[in-house]
Design a protein around this ligand. Structure first.
Ligand SMILES: [Zn+2]
Length: 230
């Protein structure tokens, strides 16, 4: 899936000083610079093993995330957290709260992808692509190659912002909303396992790398060491 080399796109990229100057501008590109080579691709449509590992990790992540946000709630609303989390709630109220949790989870999914999309737009000033598949939703910018640090922001922003939002809501919301908001925080964190996985992987790559996100296909491109054409 290498983009075709285009010598007109960035004619000043053939020497390291110009490359460094270019990278300091930190702009996303629609055409891959000629000195960049495909490094690796993560294709969730083909890599079933990776998809299974991610899903199992997400399910396992529910437990520490649940404990963490439960503890946050205890810190923020001491004395109210246990009761508010529905530990004393009867079945009818429990079903009602579960319905609210479901509705909130759908809103969370939209918000999560919306935040990815917002940061794609902030960096590229171009409309991102949204899609809803059977097992997952995504926001993507298939036409763009994003510098590593920008992609890190795109990738981690829903986890950070929604977690902060839920923590803030814990301060104000009535007790009956504790469980739904806690649920949103936990499910968002668990659903961010894929984002975290990509972010950690990306963090270990050179800062000069470019990331291309097509939703279920994520590719990484690295510059030649000497910045020259081949
Ligand atoms: Zn995400």
């Amino acid at each position: 899936m290498d983009a075709a080399p285009n010598t007109d796109a960035l004619p000043d990229l053939d020497t390291p000083p110009n490359l460094a100057a270019h990278l300091s501008m930190r702009k996303p590109l629609t055409i891959l610079p000629d000195n960049y080579r495909h490094h690796r691709t993560l294709d969730l449509r083909r890599d079933r093993r990776m998809l299974v590992i991610m899903n199992l990790t997400a399910i396992a992540f529910v437990i520490p995330a649940g404990l963490f946000f439960g503890q946050v709630l205890v810190w923020v609303r001491p004395g109210q957290a246990e009761e508010g989390l529905g530990l004393n709630t009867g079945l009818p109220a429990g079903v009602f709260v579960l319905l609210i949790v479901l509705i909130f989870s759908i809103l969370m999914l939209i918000l999560h992808e919306g935040i990815h999309g917002l940061f794609f737009w902030i960096f590229t000033r171009s409309k991102p692509v949204f899609a809803l598949k059977s097992l997952y939703a995504y926001a993507a910018a298939p036409e763009w190659y994003l510098p590593r640090n920008q992609y890190l922001v795109v990738s981690l922003s829903p986890l950070i912002l929604i977690s902060l939002l839920c923590g803030l809501l814990f301060v104000f919301i009535p007790q009956w909303l504790f469980l739904p908001v806690w649920g949103v925080a936990v499910f968002n964190a668990a659903g961010s396992v894929g984002d975290l996985f990509v972010a950690v992987w990306l963090f270990l790559q050179p800062g000069t790398c470019l990331a291309n996100d097509r939703g279920d296909i994520f590719s990484l491109y690295l510059p030649d060491r000497n910045g020259s054409y081949r």
